[in-house]
Design a protein around this ligand. Sequence first.
Ligand code: ZN
Ligand code: ZN
Length: 590
Amino acid sequence: MPKIQVMDEILANKIAAGEVVERCSSVVKELVENSIDAESTEIKIELIDAGTKEIKVTDNGIGMEHADAINCFARHATSKIRDENDLFHIETLGFRGEALASIASVSKVELRTSTGEVGTVVKINGGVVESVSRGDARRGTVMCIQNLFYNTPARLKHLKSLYTELASITDYVNKIALSHTHIKFILRNNDNVILNTDGTGNLLKTIKDIYGVSVAKKMIAVTGTNPDYQIEGYLSLPEIHRSNRNAMVTLVNGRVVRNAELNRAINDAYHSYKPDNRYPIVVLDITVDPSLVDVNIHPTKMDIKFSKLEELTTLITDMIHQKLQHKTLIPHITETPVIKKEEPKPRYEEMKLNFDQTIYEEATTYIPVNDSFITPEKEQANERLFTEEVSDKKERMPELYPVGIVHGTYIICQNDLGMYMIDQHAAKERINYERYKKEMGNPSDHAISLMFPITIELPANEFIILKENFARLRSLKFEIDEFGMNSVIIKSHPVWLPKDYEEQAIRKIIEVIISCEKNFSIEKFNEKIATMLSCKMAIKANHFISMEEATALLEDLRNCDNPFHCPHGRPTTIFYSNYDIEKLFKRSGF
Ligand code: ZN
Ligand code: ZN
């Protein structure tokens, strides 16, 4: 090939690299996917300084023949022959052929590969092949990329920080491990092992390897089917939640996809079981006929369009909701696990550049506290206390006997299993919330006339919105009319308005109507009103109630659809089992 043409090609690769090699994580992704395609059962990813100095991926896959080892760095090298029926492979075609060439053009690469016979070693520097030689015969491929971006310092500077690079690589490897449980993945950065899965094909074990044993113990298995979709996976109990959506993982036909609709369906199912700005840990594996999905071809992310999306989101929401409704969801108070001395230090500790609280939180929870599921018998029994599913809704919340009230705020109760603390405000809020929702969804014909009608003056724009919603308010049994310039008068209101707070409640309801103006939905409106009123009408902290009142409150709570959380998703009840208490007082063999 004439020299000038080679130069052109190197230049073209560098331009392409600009699009492909944006981050260390995109390089890791490319190499790992090649290893998966090579039928590897073990893939080791070793990084130096979050990949900025070195990314080394070692696999035990089929390896490459001598000629392929050189050709794989050529531009437009078509990679492996793919099954045309495998829809998901379309995703990277075209892009993929160029990826290795692009990576090689901005770094120093050493490839060692073998099909099990004679091995090949190829060394490339800034896109130029420096040497090709014989290597050892161990089957598999080692791809080592050094000094990525060394000749594009601007891009190196552009990387947010080693810390965020590592977080993004970890996130990717976690997800690929969840979608390929039969492959053993090892991820290391400098001297720290970040992930080490066992590759036995057990999803729960992989979840344990990623999120730690204490999370894995609080995951519940779910399955769901409709005529088109089949779902299997695990959900965290609502007491486990995180500040971002990273741990909500959806797989479609074994591939990780990102889809806002699916995430929303999952979140909807958890509504009021956890605070709205927190997210559960969920892994759902969705199986579907490929003709029902449409994959958006984009090199860096994987989005997907479903036909029959609504059926799918309903299936997800119902499946999760069903599961949560048949569980006793009282958080167990156990001693905070003590991290043994020989445990590795928090893995990201050496990388506190650009310290970010949310990522730190993610990072620290990756530390497995205990490496085995094996726990003493008594403890197992303790953990089993509430894990069984119950058929009768009411049985989920055990019968409790109040013994006292602390600070006019927490009701202490007992039964055979142990001791419970109930937040009286949260409990009352939940009871009110379910009552308001019921009454609003099913308004009675009665209304209460106000002795002194309320008039409210509004800014012109808000008045217009409100006027458009008169019919809605009237159907809820408010007698509302125009009353001069930009004013309304309310003469009667529905029976469920909290007594002595009528005017306040009416003003709040009007505020909600005005704030919901865009995409008003009656469910959202009812939800907001019920949440707002329930809090207003709940017993405040420091308000002393009698034991009789406490007993009645507990009975009402037991009758709720979800007695475990207030409408804001905070727990109503906390449990100390007899075993937990013995442990805290060091009475049992600890
Ligand atoms: Zn409240
Ligand atoms: Zn609340």
